[in-house]
Ligand binder design. Structure first.
Ligand code: ATP
Ligand code: MG
Length: 165
């Protein structure tokens, strides 16, 4: 487990932007956190890091946004879904296996439906309204490698503590 602290929306965006360099086709990033925690902002950072630009909006109502890129990004927001069958209807399982990068907001609503391996990022409130803690956990070797890389990002500006367990 790794814990980061960001002091501003910009730093959370930048965390995502830097994380993107270690995301490969087929990777899955789960983003847990309450309403307004900063999940979509972090996805915007990931997208920027992948060269996607500023087309990234919250898929709260659409459930899924697909950003064409190489690899494509599948941005899910499961907040409004109630049943696992709805995941089937939106092609969730196919997208997960389609070779793009999947980022999933509200993954904790459907933990049983997630793949076996993923990077799990939890965004929590910090000491002030503009601070967030980002807790990173890896399920699977390739995501443990990402965690190892994350230790080195961004110098000390938002490193809070580790080690990775
Ligand atoms: N350190 C921070 N990191 C991220 N967001 C922050 C931070 N400080 C303040 N904010 C603000 O919190 C809000 C985060 O909004 P965002 O849409 O990313 O949340 P979300 O987790 O996706 O919420 P939802 O569950 O509704 O989709 C933004 O308005 C942002 O400016
Ligand atoms: Mg969101």
């Amino acid at each position: 487990m790794l814990i980061f602290k960001t002091a501003s929306p910009e730093q959370t965006f930048d965390f995502g932007r830097q994380l993107a360099q270690w995301l490969k086709p087929g990777f899955v990033v789960c983003l847990q956190g309450d309403l307004g925690a900063g999940k979509t902002l972090l996805v915007q950072g990931i997208a920027a890091g992948l060269g996607i630009g500023d087309a990234v909006t919250s898929p709260t109502f659409t459930i899924l946004n697909v950003y064409p890129a190489e690899p494509p990004v599948y941005h899910f927001d499961l907040y409004r879904l109630e049943q696992a069958e709805e995941l089937f209807d939106i092609g969730f399982y196919e997208y997960i296996d389609a070779g793009g990068i999947a980022v999933i907001e509200w993954p904790d609503k459907f933990t049983a439906e997630l793949p076996d391996e993923f990077l799990w990022l939890e965004l929590k409130p910090g000491d002030s309204t503009t601070e967030r803690l980002i807790v990173a956990k890896a399920e699977g070797l390739k995501y443990q490698s990402v965690c190892e890389e994350l230790k080195n990002i961004a110098g000390s500006c938002f490193r809070y503590g580790y080690p990775c367990v």
